[in-house]
Design a binder for this molecule. Structure first.
Ligand SMILES: O=P(O)(O)OC[C@H]1O[C@@H](O)[C@H](O)[C@@H](O)[C@@H]1O
Length: 246
């Protein structure tokens, strides 16, 4: 282990998830999803509908690309919608329509409340870069560039693989490892020499399946055991615990 960064000595690159690792936006996504799915279920099943829960978010939605989240959660409730088109009106009964509704709500919330970063993460990334390691942001979110710009954090990452890039390159999203592998490749570092930092169970699966050198689970919601079960080498509540202090 390096004493400074809390990583194995041979790690040359760090691949960071965005929502819940760099920014406090995992809860904003979760709230937008809950509003979207509860409205959908209420309309379908009436007032006695079974609401979307935190456990549903963790299992079916967190960390996955938008459309995969729609399909995966609704399938768990026995609903399989047609795909529709990317420009379906928000709330239309299609995978795209439901996803578009969620995006409208997400952007409203971000616009109203702003985006906050985790200071411990920003300090850790500074230390990682000062130590000469390369960095990437790897997120399923198609809003990654805007969110990073809003906290002036684009400069912290040498490479960005997000929901937009994944679509362009036809990369399957988390829990598949392809987006993390693409980031490591773009950085010129083998997966075995790259560390993954993730808060979502789907992201842990991606880290494990990709054969990465080290996988750090970031527990913001009390799911340490689940993060270990999904493949974390170490779980922290804040990246400051790993070290990297000036
Ligand atoms: O809808 P977006 O911004 O493209 O984000 C896709 C997904 O991005 C992930 O980072 C979030 O954990 C999910 O909740 C979200 O659904």
């Amino acid at each position: 282990m390096t004493t400074q960064l809390g990583l194995p000595d041979d790690i040359q690159a760090c691949l960071f998830d965005l929502d819940g690792v760099v920014t406090r936006t995992a809860v904003v996504h979760a709230a937008a999803w809950k509003e979207t799915f509860d409205a959908f279920l209420r309309e379908r099943d009436g007032a006695g509908f079974r609401p979307f829960t935190d456990a549903d978010y963790d299992e079916y939605v967190d960390g996955r690309p938008r459309a995969d989240g729609v399909r995966s959660f609704l399938h768990s409730r026995g609903v399989d919608l047609p795909e529709g088109d990317p420009d379906d009106p928000p709330g239309a009964p299609t995978v795209n329509g439901v996803g578009n509704r969620k995006n409208v709500l997400l952007l409203e919330k971000i616009h109203t409340d702003g985006v906050e970063a985790y200071e411990g993460t920003l300090r850790y990334i500074d230390a990682v870069r000062a130590a000469g390691l390369r960095t990437a942001i790897v997120s399923s979110s198609a809003n990654t560039a805007d969110v990073l710009r809003s906290i002036d954090a684009e400069r912290l990452f040498d490479v960005r693989i997000d929901g937009v890039v994944a679509r362009e390159r036809n990369l399957p999203g988390k829990p598949r490892p392809d987006t993390f592998l693409a980031a490591a490749r773009d950085l010129g570092v083998p997966a075995s020499r790259a560390a993954v930092f993730e808060d979502a169970l789907a992201g842990m699966d991606a880290g494990r399946l990709g054969g990465f050198g080290y996988v750090v689970g970031v527990d913001r919601v009390g799911q340490t055991d689940a993060l270990y079960a999904h493949g974390a080498d170490r779980v922290v509540e804040d990246l400051a615990e790993l070290g990297g202090h000036a």
